[in-house]
Design a protein around this ligand. Structure first.
Ligand SMILES: N[C@@H](CCC(=O)N[C@@H](CS)C(=O)NCC(=O)O)C(=O)O
Length: 126
């Protein structure tokens, strides 16, 4: 059985979506954010040294990083190759968007969130 260590309001939602698309059985261990700091609880550090989500366990393996988890699940369970192109431009596009999400988009969004919490932003363009 796949277990998802799921932090509320987080990238972990990507993994739940994919598991639903694949029609797989899974269980969720849910973690609540601190109401003041929005940080993950200390208990998440038992499964991820940095206390980050998502993390899954499957068949004795523990896997972190949403992109790596997505690749793992598709390699193992998308046997009919429904969700990931196998070659050509479509595969290049798939890889581009998979990496764009974490490599380019999320850093900007997170920085923007952080700057919104700073009353007088030293970077007003953010
Ligand atoms: N690049 C990682 C990012 C993981 C990450 O930063 N997760 C956030 C939630 S979206 C988290 O666990 N934050 C809790 C904290 O830092 O306290 C991934 O794609 O899985």
């Amino acid at each position: 059985m796949i277990t998802v260590h799921h932090l509320e309001n987080s990238r972990s939602q990507r993994i739940l979506w994919l598991l639903e698309e694949l029609g797989l059985a899974y269980e969720i261990v849910e973690y609540k954010r601190d109401p003041d700091t929005a940080s993950a609880p200390e208990s998440l550090k038992k499964v991820h040294p940095l206390g980050k989500s998502p993390v899954i366990t499957d068949d004795g393996l523990t896997i972190a990083e949403s992109g790596a988890i997505i690749e793992y699940l598709l390699d193992k369970y998308d046997v009919e190759k429904r969700l990931r192109p196998t070659d050509g431009q479509a595969l290049l596009d798939y890889r581009y968007w998979l990496h764009f999400a974490e490599g380019s988009l999320m850093p900007l969004l997170v920085m923007k969130l952080v700057m919104m919490k700073v009353p007088q932003s030293p970077m007003p363009f953010l």
